[in-house]
Design a binder for this molecule. Structure first.
Ligand SMILES: [Fe+2]
Length: 205
C-alpha cells in the first residue's frame, strides 16, 4: 500500500460535451474570437468575466460542477466558492501557452471544448520532486512516477475538465492541428470564515 501524503491534488474528467455539441449561437460566439489567426496564445479576457454571457450558461454549469466537486471531495470544506475570473484561450496551429501560474487563486478549472493536439504540462512546486525538498540531486530512476518526476504531462482531449491549485506552474505544448485549440478557464476563491488554530487568527472574507 502506498500512502500519497500531501500531494498536489489534480482532478481530470471528460464531461462528454464538446464544441460540436454547442448550439449554433454559442459556436458562433466562440468562433468570433478564434477566427483571427495569431502566432501566440490568444487569451480572451472580457474583463475577466468571459463565462458571464448567457450563451455560455451550460459551460459555466459544467465548470461550476467540477469546482464544487473539488471543494467538497478534495478540499472537503464548506466555505462558499466564488469565481474570481474566467477567460477563453485560443491556440492556433503552431502556438502554445507559455509557463505561468494563476496568482491569488485557490484552484483553477480548465475546460477544453476542442483539442486535437497539444498537452497540458504541470511543473512540480519549486521545480522539485518529492526527494528534492532540501537538495536537488537527480537519481538513477527506472521510470517516472508521481514522486520522482519534476514535471507531469497530462494528455488532453475535447471535453476534458482539469482542476489544479493556482500555485502550480503549467503550460501547454504546441497545437499541431489546423483547428484552433480552445480552453475556457475559471479561477476560484473561497469566502466565509477562515481559521487556522484558534479565534485569534480568524478572518472573514
Ligand atoms: Fe493557466
Amino acid at each position: 500500500m502506498n500512502i500519497n501524503l500531501w500531494g498536489v491534488p489534480i482532478t481530470k474528467e471528460n464531461c462528454n460535451y464538446t464544441f460540436s455539441d454547442f448550439d449554433k449561437d454559442t459556436q458562433e460566439y466562440i468562433n468570433d474570437y478564434s477566427s483571427v489567426e495569431t502566432d501566440t496564445v490568444n487569451v480572451v479576457v472580457n474583463k475577466g468575466a468571459f463565462l458571464e454571457d448567457d450563451r455560455l450558461k451550460k459551460i459555466k454549469e459544467i465548470i461550476q460542477t467540477h469546482a464544487y466537486y473539488y471543494r467538497d471531495n478534495i478540499m472537503a470544506c464548506t466555505n462558499e466558492l466564488e469565481i474570481q475570473s474566467s477567460w477563453l484561450t485560443v491556440n492556433h496551429k503552431g502556438s502554445q501557452h507559455p509557463p505561468h501560474i494563476h496568482n491569488h487563486t485557490i484552484f483553477s478549472v480548465c475546460y477544453y471544448p476542442r483539442v486535437q493536439s497539444g498537452n497540458l504540462v504541470l511543473i512540480a512546486p519549486d521545480g522539485k520532486n518529492s526527494f528534492q525538498h532540501d537538495y536537488k540531486f537527480g537519481f538513477q530512476y527506472t521510470h517516472w512516477n508521481e514522486w520522482n518526476s519534476n514535471d507531469w504531462t497530462i494528455p488532453v482531449v475535447s471535453g476534458d475538465v482539469i482542476v489544479f491549485p493556482g500555485y502550480l506552474t503549467h503550460f501547454s505544448t504546441p497545437n499541431e492541428h489546423d483547428s484552433p485549440r480552445l480552453m475556457i478557464g475559471a479561477n476560484y476563491w473561497l469566502t466565509g470564515k477562515m481559521q487556522f488554530i484558534d479565534e485569534l487568527d480568524r478572518i472573514s472574507a
